[in-house]
Ligand binder design. Sequence first.
Ligand code: NAD
Length: 432
Amino acid sequence: MSGQKDHANLFDDARSRLEEVFDAIEVHGDARERLMQPSLSLQVSVPVRMDDGSLKVFPGWRVQYNTTLGPAKGGIRFHPDVNQEEVTTLSFWMAVKCAVVDLPYGGGKGGVKVDPKQLSKLELERLARSYIRGIADIMGPDRDIPAPDVNTNATVMGWMADEFDHLARAKVPAAITGKPPELGGSHGRVAATGRGALHVLDLWAEREKRKPEETTVAIQGFGNAAYHFARLAHEQGFRIVAVSDSKGTIYSQEGLDPDAIMEQKQRNKRLHDMVYCDDSVCIAEDVEKLDRDDLLTLEVDVLALAALENQVHEGNVDQIKAGALLEIANGPVSSHADEQLEERGVPVLPDVLANTGGVIVSYFEWLQNRSGERWSEEEINKRLAERLVRESELVFERAEKETISYRRAAYRQGIERIAHAIQLRGNCQDSE
Ligand code: NAD
């Protein structure tokens, strides 16, 4: 699921970032061993009865990556390119990410290899339920807590939560996050990833003494994470000059209004009561239309990557003209491209910090479900901001003090925490 790959193996590419951290912070041998591979990797068949009466079986996975700090936490992706390696890599990033922002979680990720947009709404619901039946044995509030990711949203999480309740013969809302608020979902969860990314951008801009109104932004992807980021950044005065989705890019030097674009995109969805929005940003009027990947090479102050992994890679990194990169997607910059950008002095606000808003509010949802409380959106946003300011400042200060990139600083912060916990568990941890 990517553009050109620098390494044949996405997971090897992701793990290669560990070696530098291990040496820099002198990680104990036990922790090195534990961190190099997932704790548990499950492949399941996901059978679905189609509307025409036929049966289709899709392959699915759930991977738990180092659960020393707590239960596994991470989203479920429905996409035709999903495979075990991708899910493993995404679970690895989740483990690092949760530790970077000090959450009591390990890494988790799940996926089904399917094109969900080819399914009817009922087929999609059967798929979601069937997947949960496949992985239910390793799930639960103290074991592994799934959440939304690409092509899974609150509607899908609602079906999954209902299926898990049926299997458990109990109400277990804390087993899944990203649910609709009526089913125990948290206020603020839908916008959390975008809101969190904006906090990180703001903190960086403040340090750089850069004002929003003097900052142009191009955003790759216009899905859940990107839309809320775009909306909030626009409100704050950032000039969003371009956005793209899988079908193309729209551009306006004067700036785009994300709400107006979303409004046009959603019109058909509302009309047909669909789970997904089929229309592209390219339906927007009075804007210039460009090819999809033209967005990546625009001359802007900030290039926000909010689509999929490996979008900036060996083949296009030389053409990147943005002043800084903000990673809202997971792994959008390959390690090779990352090194090139570092050499050129282009700052990258890394995924393991910049896209943690979603998992932080998922953590708040889990806390509310466990205590039976309900916090206001204001309360959620306040807690999200507090945590992100605290943890981002630690990363920024470390980067400055050790004269390293933000990514290296974030990885050191996260891996240090996991490695320390592994050591504290003693010398005889032969099982999880
Ligand atoms: P989504 O399915 O809502 O949106 C994905 C968007 O990317 C769609 O608009 C799609 O058209 C677009 N896209 C796909 N390929 C593209 C391409 N080559 N060029 C331009 N656009 C392309 O997914 P999402 O939930 O917004 O997630 C997006 C990214 O953010 C993923 O990497 C996901 O793992 C990451 N993320 C999401 C969350 C969350 O809470 N949703 C949290 C953390 C990280």
